[in-house]
Design a protein around this ligand. Structure first.
Ligand code: UT7
Length: 310
């Protein structure tokens, strides 16, 4: 039996920040943002809603959805680069809040690819029968490290959280293959120095190449062909990057997840936030083959092919 996803949940802050509002604050336009990125609005967490609050809400929903008791969780992995504080970790904070008293807890830093790293790490502990359930959360409050004076980055990001419970699923379902990677020489293109700093052009080129390649690699590793793929969830960074990976897999537009117009780039949270929406709205059904692929600062990347269902 493979490791797979038993429960899903997410948290999106209520407050929307539209492109039109950004037009009032900086030298940009709704047209530029929409055409160049696909983003129309993003969610911004207020002072009262820090990273751990969003993580806890998403985690609680995933646990309820999985129908397990928090005390059964063996490990909590929180992927984030925007924790409330450097330590204690977000995973320790939520461990206490959700009552997962038997869980080990650690945070994981792989920027926008963090959720992929988290799920793949969880899979190892499930496959080796060390833990029965692992909780993986991708969460970011990027608004607190955004330089609102820098139009190159300020228009791109949003806040939110997504969570999954990983455990054993029925025969044939679950994670079929994965790929993780990193290229530290590209660290200079996307980093935090008080605020987030990015060389958009370089990250764009890397992302277009890597997303397509990783997606193809996991399909091959799973012993599948492109035609077997029912749905693609790319990291929601830029619609042009997402489109490039969709075209590489030769998938029709309705077979690719798209939430970027509503939530912007939520980094480690973007893939699980999209997953929840696609499952709830019926675009992902039991036994569908789905490919998730992400990339981010580090530089890092990760992809997973899985057959959906418990
Ligand atoms: O999760 C990973 C995080 N990062 C990413 O995914 C980002 C990847 N990169 C990108 O998505 C794209 O590089 C951007 C959308 C950020 C930018 O697109 P681009 O095609 O690389 O444009 P550019 O940075 O070369 O800028 C083109 C023009 C420049 O003006 P000039 O020099 O041609 O006159 C920029 O100053 O667009 C200008 N520009 C803007 N104009 C209006 C840059 N940002 C804005 C803005 N509004 N917000």
């Amino acid at each position: 039996m493979n490791a797979g996803i038993l429960g899903i949940g997410r948290c999106l802050p209520e407050t929307k920040l539209t492109n039109f509002e950004l037009e009032q604050r900086m030298d940009t336009s709704d047209e530029w943002i929409r055409t160049m990125t696909g983003i129309e609005e993003r969610r911004i967490a207020g002072d009262e809603q820090d990273t751990s609050h969003m993580a806890r809400e998403a985690a609680q929903k995933a646990i309820d959805d999985a129908g397990i008791d928090p005390t059964e969780i063996g490990l909590i992995l929180v992927a984030t680069v925007t924790g409330d504080q450097p330590f204690p970790s977000m995973s320790c904070v939520i461990q206490q809040e959700i009552g997962a008293v038997n869980a080990a807890a650690m945070d994981l830093s792989a920027a926008c690819a963090g959720f992929m790293y988290g799920v793949v790490t969880a899979k190892q502990f499930i496959d080796s029968d060390v833990y029965k359930y692992v909780l993986v959360v991708g969460v970011e409050k990027l608004s607190k490290i955004t330089n609102w004076e820098d139009r190159n980055t300020a228009v791109l990001f949003g806040d939110g959280a997504g969570a999954v419970v990983i455990g054993k699923v029925s025969e044939g379902r679950g994670i079929l293959s994965f790929e993780l990677g990193a290229d530290g020489s590209g660290g200079k293109h996307l980093y935090q120095d008080d605020y987030l700093v990015m060389n958009g052009r370089e990250v764009f080129k890397f992302a277009v190449r890597q997303m397509g390649e990783s997606a193809v690699n996991v399909i091959e590793k799973a012993g599948l062909d492109k035609e077997d793929v029912d749905f693609l969830i790319p990291h929601q960074a830029n619609i042009r990057i997402m489109e490039a990976s969709r075209q590489r897999l030769e998938l029709p537009v309705e077979k690719m997840s798209k939430t970027i117009h509503k939530y912007g780039n939520t980094s480690a949270a973007s893939i699980p936030i999209s997953l929840v929406e696609d499952v709830e709205e019926g675009r992902i059904k039991d036994d569908d083959v789905i490919v998730m692929v992400g990339f981010g600062g580090g530089l890092t990347w990760g992809a997973i092919a899985m057959r959906w269902g418990k």
